[in-house]
Write a protein that binds this ligand. Sequence first.
Ligand SMILES: [Zn+2]
Length: 239
Amino acid sequence: MADDRLPLPERVLVVAAHPDDIEFGAAGTVARWIAAGAEVRYLLVTRGDKGSDDPATDPAALAVLREAEQRRAAVELGVASVDFLDEPDGQVEPSLRLRERVTRAIRAVRPEIVMTHDPTVLFVNNEWVNHPDHRAVGSVVVDAVFPTARDPLNFPEHIAAGLSTWKVAELFLWSTNEANQIVDIGATLDRKIAALAQHVSQFRDFESTAGWVRQRAEELGEQVGYRAAEGFRRVSLAR
Ligand SMILES: [Zn+2]
């Protein structure tokens, strides 16, 4: 395994806006952590019910399909659980109500590492606009991690219900313009692609998407001498 100073957590919580976001952003790293014995859980804020360019699509049926695809993608990697908050796709707002729901998940899972979207990114690499749901979810997750989950007077009903406060040690943020952690996924790139392939509803030509994802991972890896890589903005909170 490469010398990429990757921590080896016991528990990781991954929070994403839509089914397939985790596979694009973080699945190679998730697969590495699971191989090393970590328990990884997914929390999906929406079920991706707007993810179609066909106006005849029934959003409720699409949501059912995409939830099933996300669950299959998680099984592919050995993820311990997948939960859905079922917020409406395309309308996620960084609300206090959503922060409460994410805080509850953090206090229940007690992860050393939380992975999510980098909320500060409006234009990813000046190549595309970051989806507003991605920004909203990233923002809510960061706020839930610090200080909300940590401090007992925030949502004290959680404590009354038997949960405890929780201090997350590190954030790993994907789709970032400021990657300071390049993770070697040379050994898990195939697993990442296999997980991505489960999102059948999202691809007309999966081979071309897979080729593009592979190429991106290989180009990033090349910069630091790995066969393939994922990049994250890694923020330490452990002090
Ligand atoms: Zn998305």
